[in-house]
Design a protein around this ligand. Structure first.
Ligand SMILES: Cc1cc2nc3c(=O)[nH]c(=O)nc-3n(C[C@H](O)[C@H](O)[C@H](O)COP(=O)(O)OP(=O)(O)OC[C@H]3O[C@@H](n4cnc5c(N)ncnc54)[C@H](O)[C@@H]3O)c2cc1C
Length: 386
């Protein structure tokens, strides 16, 4: 059911070993103080797990997407929380695919070694939400600089990142034919920017996610930090979405695995009315249903990765994998709380923490509704709803 079924069994075994050094108590303490798992992220970085997708010529291990999926799934299945650093795995793809040779040579080796953390993704804004092309942050060209003004919200890991991949409008909306045009992706060096037009404000959330509001006030960014061509940024962001969806789906599969293992163990051990609670179908069936959902989602993640690695369009499968996996992990989470009865609510069991953590994936990085809209419109040919 777990990593033993993967093509990357050895890597997964090593990841499991690493994760064993970060038990529930470690995550519980961070959860209490909303702290960042610096030691955990350093250990993953040093072991090279966050640079698996970076080609060898830039210092990574040049493995396919399914390897990254297996690693992230294993981290979650071990009870750890990869959301603290999963962006380091895939966000560099925008530079890799669209950056100039100079940009790649400058940044990718440092991202691979962990000397530079590319963990912040500045897309969502309070005013636009899911309607990304309505974003209002602007980057105005002034000589060899961009001057950035505006605000982002839910920029995860902003306080623990050196670089941010920013999506901003470089041509006003009324001067472009299509709303998707005139947006650009710019690499912001947050170390230089902090205190010089960049302000970061953490948002306290129901789980420990280190997400922030980010404010730009005449922030000056060198024009050479533009990724790819000016005005094509939206396309570049979309380009990276299938990989992101598949990797997050793999994390949900990992969460579901953790919940199911916990549920099964407790349902066998806990005796009420003189027999194990797992003997009651009211307890066993939700666990079994969650497991079935999980396995279906796992297959869709694999199929999405297979298509992606073959260079085919994996849009349908990547979106459906994210939908099915988020639903499966949530079903497993719900069954796990119910199986544990009152103890499902006790911090020391970690169930309530994981329950809060996995709930996010119904909303971010894309909400379930928007995936259903994608499938309805792009797969089934139904009329566009928005
Ligand atoms: C903890 C956390 C971390 C995040 N990290 C990042 C990050 O690092 N970088 C980043 O850029 N963003 C990040 N996000 C933002 C995330 O991608 C958005 O929250 C998500 O895309 C939904 O956008 P919204 O919150 O503005 O909701 P809204 O767009 O306001 O939508 C609210 C609800 O309405 C529904 N809805 C909206 N339009 C439609 C429609 N046409 N049809 C059906 N339903 C619709 C949505 O599905 C949602 O349920 C994060 C969010 C959270 C909570």
């Amino acid at each position: 059911m777990n990593e033993k079924d993967h093509d990357y069994a050895e890597i997964c075994q090593e990841v499991r070993k690493l994760c064993a050094g970060f038990p529930g108590a470690y995550w519980r303490e961070l959860d209490r103080v909303r702290g960042y798992p610096t030691e955990f992220v350093s250990a993953l970085t040093q072991a090279g797990y966050l640079s698996v997708l970076i080609p060898e010529e830039y210092g990574g291990s040049g493995l396919p997407l399914s390897a990254a999926a297996a690693i992230l799934e294993t981290i979650q299945a071990a009870g750890c929380n990869g959301s603290a650093c999963h962006a380091q795995v895939y966000m560099m793809g925008t530079i890799l695919r669209h950056g100039s040779p100079e940009m790649k040579a400058q940044y990718l080796p440092q991202i691979a070694s962990g000397a530079l953390r590319l963990q912040a993704f500045g897309v969502t804004e309070p005013g636009s939400g899911t309607d990304t092309t309505a974003l209002r942050t602007t980057a105005r060209r002034e000589g060899d600089m961009f001057v950035v003004n505006g605000q982002k919200v839910w920029t995860s890991r902003a306080e623990h990142s050196d670089l941010m991949l920013l999506l901003a409008r470089t041509t006003p909306r009324d001067q472009v034919a299509k709303k998707t045009a005139g947006l650009s992706t710019i690499l912001v060096d947050m170390r230089e920017a902090a205190g010089h037009g960049l302000t970061i404000k953490p948002i306290r959330t129901m789980m420990n996610h280190n997400s922030c509001e980010v404010f730009f006030d005449n922030l000056r960014v060198p024009a050479k930090n533009l990724v790819g061509e000016e005005g094509h940024g939206f396309k570049y962001i979309l380009d990276g979405m299938n990989a992101e969806r598949l990797l997050i789906a793999a994390e949900c599969v990992g969460d579901g695995t953790w919940f199911t293992e916990k549920s099964v163990a407790y349902a066998k051990e806990r005796q009420v009315f003189g027999r194990p609670i797992g003997q009651n179908q009211g307890i066993a069936f939700p666990i079994a249903r969650g497991y079935a959902q999980l396995q279906a989602a796992r297959l869709m993640v694999r199929e999405g990765c297979r298509l992606y690695e073959a260079g085919e369009n994996a849009g349908e499968q990547a979106n459906m994998a994210k939908l099915l996996a988020a639903d499966a992990s949530w079903a497993c989470a719900e069954a796990c709380v119910q199986t544990h009865g009152g103890f499902g609510f006790a911090e020391e069991y970690d169930v309530e923490r994981k329950f809060r953590e996995t709930r996010l994936y119904q909303v971010a990085p894309i909400s379930t509704n928007l995936i259903l809209s994608y499938v309805a419109e792009h797969v089934l040919g139904l009329p566009r709803s928005y």
